[in-house]
Design a protein around this ligand. Sequence first.
Ligand code: ADP
Length: 532
Amino acid sequence: MSRMGGPQVHVMNQRVERETGRKAQLSNIQAGKAVSEIVRTTLGPRSMLKMLLDPMGGIVMTNDGNSILREVDVSHPAAKSMIELSRAQEEEVGDGTTSVIVLAGEFLAQAEPLIERQTHPTVICNGFLKALEDAIKFLDTIATPLDLSDRSKLTGLVESATGTKFIARFSKVMIDLALDAVATVAIDDGGRKEIDIKRYAKIEKIPGGDIEDCRVLKGVMMNKDVVHSKMRRRIEKPRILLLDCTLEYKKGESQTSIELTDEKAWEQLLQAEEDAIKEMCADIIAFKPDVVVTEKGVSDLSQHYLQKAGISVLRRIRKTDNNRIARACGATIVHRTAEIQEKDIGTGCGLFKVQKIGDEYYSWFVDCEAPKACSIVLRGASKDVLNEIERNLADAMNCLRTIYVDPRLVPGGGATEMAIAQKLIEQSKLQEPTIANAYKAAGTAMEVISRTLLENCGADIIRKQTQLRAKHAGGANVNWGIDGEKGELADMAVLGVWEPLVVKLQTLKTSIEAASMLLRIDEIVSGTHKKD
Ligand code: ADP
């Protein structure tokens, strides 16, 4: 409102709900804790399922934290922002979605008594962020490198990252597929690593068949047939030419319409068209390709010339498919037929074939020498099964990509978190007195992972947790955590439960930063009207 005595300005609708100061912070803490309460029983191998009724009346049964939170309908803004967290984590590293929520909820819970004792939120946040900084440094010291050629260890890793969500029967098949696919598309030339799964590993679902028939091709396939029935449908060691131009007669740039006055002009026009097509086809035929693939159309006349020359043609394929064929067969996509060069022709493909499966035709470019792109063919009884496999496979590939990019591991089962907790609690004595309490609270919060794993096993929480703390005392036994199946203390190195360092780092950062952000809010204005 203006102090100058000018007109009054309403900056806010008077009927909105407002909470300010400590009340707002405590309300945010409650909301955050409530969200984490929803998913905490789904953490770890002994997780419980949740049965959800979606707004359309359908039932979803899942134990994936992220899926659960997607379905729950919350109205508190802080709860909404917590749910966003798990989605962000899923997109960023593809794992740790439950852990991030459980941790963030615990950081808030630990902050609660501090807020009640009138500690300023900024001070708490500073303590939390300093703790995060130190935890990141500490993680670097305990991480161990992984040998990427060790397939059994990789399998174990993917299993522990995603295994708790998989339908067991698919798990082995899925992990094998994911390993093959990621190994195919990974490029590592010294420093730069490129693993673009979305672009170069495409999942193709063909209903029917058995799960055991799922394959990662040494090449690519797509749902396409050759344009003419007389063209060859099986060619060994084909020479492949890829185009992104049309093999039809191109009209003028803008919409030209030609008015013809006599028959001769008509013939001339047809002739011009024919000549243009003949020239394009001659350009192509000169390089003796066996297969020509284009993203655009192919006219009847071009089909005729090319078929006469013994060339099989695929038309109107997707740009992304063309890119994959290029990478798999060592071809370069050409933009104009006049510009074709010998080096553009792909010769790395062992077999081109068109095969009918069910009612559909599929083109296969397989047995490639060094494919850097691939198709993953999924077979399964029904669409639903295929979709489920596809989701799981995408999870597994995401997890592997994270590992390939930075192959360093830390122990799972709450061991890493307990080690960090011990370190932070010990170091809290050395912190500036103002932030020491918050710093210590962050450390204490880290114990939540092993506690929750114990809880989900129905173990004696207090006793086991105390034993674990004792194991870690003085920075010893960093690999000791909780065996999530039995609820006993165990050496994670023996149990083989490891997690990628990247995922752990991201989980920590996301959860602490989110909790700090919620704590710094001192006013909640919700636009919904009060219900009387
Ligand atoms: P998230 O979505 O956070 O990945 P999960 O339900 O996959 O949730 O649980 C992951 C947690 O469970 C991690 O802390 C991981 O170390 C732990 N975990 C997974 N398998 C085991 C196991 N066999 N024993 C103990 N802990 C395990």
